[in-house]
Design a protein around this ligand. Structure first.
Ligand code: SF4
Length: 164
């Protein structure tokens, strides 16, 4: 039987890769089980794209989404004004290559991130305003047919994988 592998945001496993130098570990028995089964494939797309820790927070501008960034219609900008679109796109493609090289059919990514968000992202105003949409990596993975769910959808992901 082929076992589905799961790409997972590095910060969800507690790796200190977020912009603020912290992780955001998700405690869930399924994560422990998948880890023991050797099914987790870990990456931080922003670091894979060449960014460092810590780094200024970044958002996709003008209420646009990761799909807009991939289509060249939107930029990713840091709160300090720097543009990091290229790094975000490069990181998304590295994450996709990594996922495909490891046979990942599913991805569990942390929500809200301009890279990994899949349920919501922030609107580019740096005012804490959320809107529905994907980050750049989540959009690219979904375009490639990988099933993406957020950390807020753990139970749904468990159900989906139970049916595979
Ligand atoms: S890019 Fe993804 S894995 Fe990296 S810190 Fe942001 S949310 Fe976590």
């Amino acid at each position: 039987m082929t076992v589905s592998k799961i790409l997972i945001s590095a910060c969800l496993l507690g790796h200190a890769v977020r912009y603020d130098g912290k992780g955001k570990p998700l405690a869930h028995p399924a994560i422990d089980q998948w880890r023991e089964e050797g099914r987790l494939v870990t990456i931080c797309p922003e670091l894979a794209g060449g960014m460092s820790v810590p780094r200024p927070p970044a958002e996709i501008e003008n209420g646009m989404t990761g799909a807009d960034v991939l289509a060249g219609r939107a930029r990713v900008v840091e709160i300090t004004g720097g543009e990091v679109t290229e790094a975000f796109i490069a990181g998304a493609y590295r994450a996709l290559e990594f996922a495909q090289a490891h046979g990942c059919t599913h991805a569990l990514l942390i929500d809200g991130s301009p890279s990994c968000g899949s349920g919501f992202i922030y609107d580019g105003s740096f005012a804490g305003k959320r809107h529905a949409g994907n980050g750049v990596t989540a959009a690219l993975l979904e375009n490639a047919g990988i099933i993406v769910r957020s950390d807020r959808q753990m139970d749904e992901m468990v159900d989906i994988l139970a049916r595979v």
